[in-house]
Design a protein around this ligand. Structure first.
Ligand SMILES: [Zn+2]
Length: 533
């Protein structure tokens, strides 16, 4: 847990307004501060307090990342899947070493924050993108990959928020907000900002808006992550669009990760109103005042710009094999915030796959392994689009996507959050023959890679752009990404270990199959229910 967070939490609690979190705050602040707290019970009717407060079954309500000291779990304390008989060839996967590589990648993101960027991470078209590319090239060379090269790509215009501030005012008392974060493609405010009265619309369903005149208001919506920081209810339920179309002056989305994690989800494309997220901790400061029947005024100043003419780059490297048939192994490099899971974990896993195969003589690699990193998954995907449209797919037997392989299992608990010493199950996809699908499922099960019951019909992530070009598979977790929760503290080493071993075993087994055995049989147009054999 970062000291920064401790201070932020203490500051929020010390404001002393009546919130759901009052008990929690009292538990955190020093005794002398408690003595100066207004008597909470005076302003909080006991019956209501009993209803609205967490039960305290776990001592107090915990939020992330502020309670990381209590919630983050050391790698050794996670359940570890033992290497099963027959998988000895993958004993060389060193999970803690892979995890230390994640730290090198996330350091680039932290530098972007320390350099004063409010919008920080490994954002394509920025110096931190270039640093990541240079780092990848150095790793490829260190591993002895052949044909290591940088392929420059022209980017689409980049929406970039340069600075913003937010505050709310109640009864003439103004409180600065630290957690507000603009949603991609949000419009700017005028230079002096926008001030508007806050109106709470709950989940922002059509029913929530009935009888409410939100025109000119700062419309505040609660959004459930489903399950993660990118896909959330205020987006897919149309709540943001509903507020925008009804004339909201500002749209304020409370992302429902209990605690103080900032979020950069989707949902503001086409909005006329500046659209930002706010953490539950700070949203509660506002909501509790509304619950008291007080008028709350919200002020937002947001400056954004469109950066044009930017360049980014794909990075390529290869381990030549006995045949020129290829297995293409890819990972995207860009990230919001630290991006430890999304996608430092995938990139580190991809590099470990290269490390595993690099020492073998060329003749012992049945197929050529091509390694590719793409730089702008979250900003237009021009890197992978070039690959989709220009790569010679005739030689590719399998695409392997390394994206978000490991994340701590998290639960919403009471009004807070709880971590568990187990790796979360992942979304997954296999495109190809029944034999490939059976192989992937069996290998995941044998090597301890938990997955959802149903696979994706079409893959998400960077694979979404090219899965139609060749057989493919991936796993992809999607809870903490696009938030400040996405640090190495929530990326268990053993989850990467299991995934890396499974990926290696799948690649080795696929190399005993012909290209036709891996690919789905073409559709028989005369009888679509029967494949051509
Ligand atoms: Zn990703």
């Amino acid at each position: 847990m970062k000291p920064r967070r401790h201070r932020a939490t203490a500051a929020l609690c010390a404001i002393g307004v009546l919130t759901l979190w009052t008990q929690e705050c009292l538990a955190q602040v020093p005794a002398q501060t408690q003595a100066t707290e207004p008597a909470a019970a005076e302003r909080n009717p006991p019956a209501l307090a009993t209803l609205s407060r967490p039960t305290g079954r776990f001592g107090r309500t915990l939020g992330l990342p502020k309670d990381g000291r209590d919630l983050y779990i050391p790698d050794d304390d996670y359940i570890r899947f033992p290497l099963p008989p027959g998988a000895e060839a993958y004993a060389d996967v060193d999970a803690l070493k892979i995890k230390s590589v994640i730290g090198e990648i996330t350091a680039i993101s932290r530098k972007s924050r320390e350099d004063g960027n409010q919008y920080w991470g490994r954002i394509p078209g920025t110096p931190y993108d270039r640093m990541t590319q240079d780092w990848v090239m150095a790793q490829f060379r260190k591993l002895g990959l052949a044909d290591v090269r940088r392929q420059e790509i022209a980017m689409k215009p980049l929406w970039y928020p340069t600075s913003w501030t937010a505050e709310f005012t109640v009864d003439g008392h103004t409180t600065a907000l630290r957690s507000v974060f603009p949603i991609t493609e949000s419009p700017s405010t005028p230079g002096n900002g926008i001030t508007a009265p806050v109106m709470w619309v709950g989940l922002g369903t059509a029913a929530d808006f009935q009888g409410r005149d939100v025109k000119g208001k700062a419309v505040m919506i609660y959004s459930a992550p489903t399950p993660g920081g990118r896909d959330h209810s205020a987006d897919w339920s149309g709540a943001i669009r509903r507020a925008n179309d009804a004339g909201a002056a500002i749209i304020l989305v409370e992302m429902g990760f209990p605690g103080d994690a900032q979020s950069e989800p989707e949902g503001a494309v086409g909005a006329n109103a500046p659209t930002v997220t706010i953490t539950p901790d700070e949203a509660n400061l506002i909501r509790d005042r509304l619950d008291e029947g007080r008028a709350v005024s919200f002020h937002l100043r947001l400056a954004t710009e469109e950066r044009t003419g930017l360049k980014t780059a794909n990075i390529w490297g290869a381990l030549p094999g006995a045949s020129d048939e290829q297995i293409l192994i890819m990972a995207h490099t860009d990230a919001f915030f630290e991006g430890a899971m999304d996608n430092a974990s995938g990139l580190a896993m991809m590099l470990d796959i290269a490390r595993h195969y690099a020492p073998a003589p060329q003749a012992q690699r049945p197929r050529t392994l091509v390694f590719l990193t793409t730089p702008d998954h979250h900003h237009g995907s021009e890197g992978i689009h070039w690959v989709r449209d220009n790569y010679d797919w005739s030689k590719v037997a399998l695409i392997v996507n390394a994206e978000h392989p490991s994340q701590t299992l998290l639960y919403n608990l009471d009004a807070g959050v709880m971590t568990a010493n187990e790796v979360s199950a992942r979304r997954w996809f296999v495109g190809g023959s029944d034999a490939l699908r059976a192989l992937v499922r069996r290998t995941f099960r044998e090597l301890g890679v938990a997955t959802y019951r149903k696979s994706e019909v079409a893959p998400g992530g960077e694979l979404s752009q090219i899965y139609m070009k060749a057989p493919s598979f991936h796993i992809i977790d999607h809870v903490i990404y696009h938030t400040t929760l996405d640090t190495a503290d929530l990326v268990p080493a053993w989850g990467i270990e299991a995934a890396a071993r499974a990926y290696l075993k799948i690649i080795d087994t696929v190399n005993t199959m012909t290209k036709d055995e891996i690919a789905a049989a073409p559709i028989n147009l005369a009888d679509p229910t029967r494949p051509v054999r």
